[in-house]
Write a protein of this length. Structure first.
Ligand SMILES: Nc1ncnc2c1ncn2[C@@H]1O[C@H](COP(=O)(O)OP(=O)(O)OP(=O)(O)O)[C@@H](O)[C@H]1O
Length: 341
């Protein structure tokens, strides 16, 4: 429903060309919660701002619901914008207006009736859990409450797409979790497609079903969250994944296995779903009961309701046994990788 086709964007800073985006292609399906992650300056904001026309590409196309948004007539552009709402890192509330009036603003701009505005604003304030704060002003609210107002304001117009620009970056971890839960409800309850940008992998882990990684204006990796977290290909993606799924062997164990490299081979096992792991480890010990095996590192993470487990195991076995062990592990649909130490 949102397709970016070969998007490039160049800016000029003091007559110097800055390539913010270079040949970015991406498809967001209806109902997706698609996260775009990258370091500062990677080009995330520039990309997301193109969906609602805040930024235009230098070349390439953005197709929303089958239509290239750059070729829309002025009326069609207005209709396209009506489908899309946005929330921001610093909430962008009007300090001089109370919560009710902030949320009501998009409807007033559309000349909706007073009754309709009253009903819709109350409904959305109740949805975000702020029905008793309607008379408060933004400076009387916490950061999390301000973002809830931002979300209510974004929802009053019944959008199909919600763009989130670092929506939780200004919030503490606990408040971030509650806002991410709320965004999940927005997606599930109203079937709103969410396209978000972030530099925090926790946001991707806790909220998204799809992820794209942007580096220096290029899309370096994308796919289902489970697939990208389970098997990151690019170094930057691996670095991001490691921020939420630690993968490092503790130092004293590392020292030991480095000193005893002749005797041990370290393998990393990656699996989805709890039963696979317990059954595999049991079967592995049973089948290779003459081989010493020590768990060196283990981590279990929940992604989209599925368990992603990473185990690093040191095997004291000869090369032909190691090959047999690897083949045996693969029969369980578990990914097995050599660990270089
Ligand atoms: N209006 C502009 N004029 C000139 N250069 C710009 C403009 N907007 C963005 N850039 C440049 O484009 C590049 C990408 O910026 P962008 O804001 O899209 O990155 P980002 O990934 O969103 O970073 P951050 O997380 O820090 O916001 C940067 O080098 C930035 O300096």
């Amino acid at each position: 429903m949102i397709v970016f086709k070969h998007i490039a964007k160049e800016f000029y800073q003091k007559k110097k060309k800055v390539v913010a985006l270079n040949d970015v292609s991406l498809e967001v399906q209806k109902g997706d919660i698609y996260g775009i992650i990258g370091y500062s300056g990677a080009g995330k904001s520039t990309l997301i701002r193109m969906v609602n026309g805040l930024e235009n590409p230098t070349s390439g196309q953005i197709i929303v619901d089958g239509k290239d948004i750059q070729t829309l007539s002025p009326n069609e552009k207005i209709l396209n914008k009506k489908k899309i709402s946005m929330i921001f890192q610093h909430f962008n509330l009007l300090e001089s207006k109370n919560v009710f009036d902030n949320v009501a603003l998009p409807l007033k701009l559309r000349n909706e009736s007073k009754d309709a505005i009253d009903r819709k604003v109350k409904e959305m304030l109740s949805f975000v859990g702020l029905e008793d704060k309607d008379k408060n002003y933004p400076n009387q609210l916490s950061g999390g409450q301000k973002q809830r107002v931002g979300i209510a304001r974004a929802l009053v117009t019944n959008p199909e797409i919600l763009l989130c620009d670092e929506a939780t970056s200004a919030l503490d971890p606990k408040t971030t979790k509650s806002i991410l839960k709320l965004l999940k409800r927005v997606n599930e309850q109203f079937n709103i497609t969410i396209l978000l940008i972030t530099h925090e992998m926790e946001v991707i882990r806790d909220l998204c079903n799809k992820v794209a990684v942007i580096e220096n204006g290029q899309l370096i990796e994308s796919g289902n969250v489970i697939q990208v977290f389970g098997q990151p290909k690019e170094q930057t993606t691996k670095d991001f994944v490691e921020t939420v799924i630690p993968n490092k062997i503790p130092k004293d164990l590392l020292d030991f296995y480095q000193k005893n490299q002749q005797s041990y081979t370290l393998l990393r096992l990656k699996f989805l779903g709890e039963n696979t792991a317990s059954s595999l480890l049991y079967q592995l010990n049973k089948r290779f009961n003459h081989v010493e095996s020590n768990i060196v590192f283990a981590n279990v993470t929940e992604l989209e309701g599925t368990t992603l487990g990473i185990f690093t195991i040191a095997f004291s076995a000869n090369e032909s046994n190691i090959q047999e062990i690897k083949a045996f592990i693969k029969e369980f649909n578990v990914i097995v990788e050599d660990v270089k130490i």
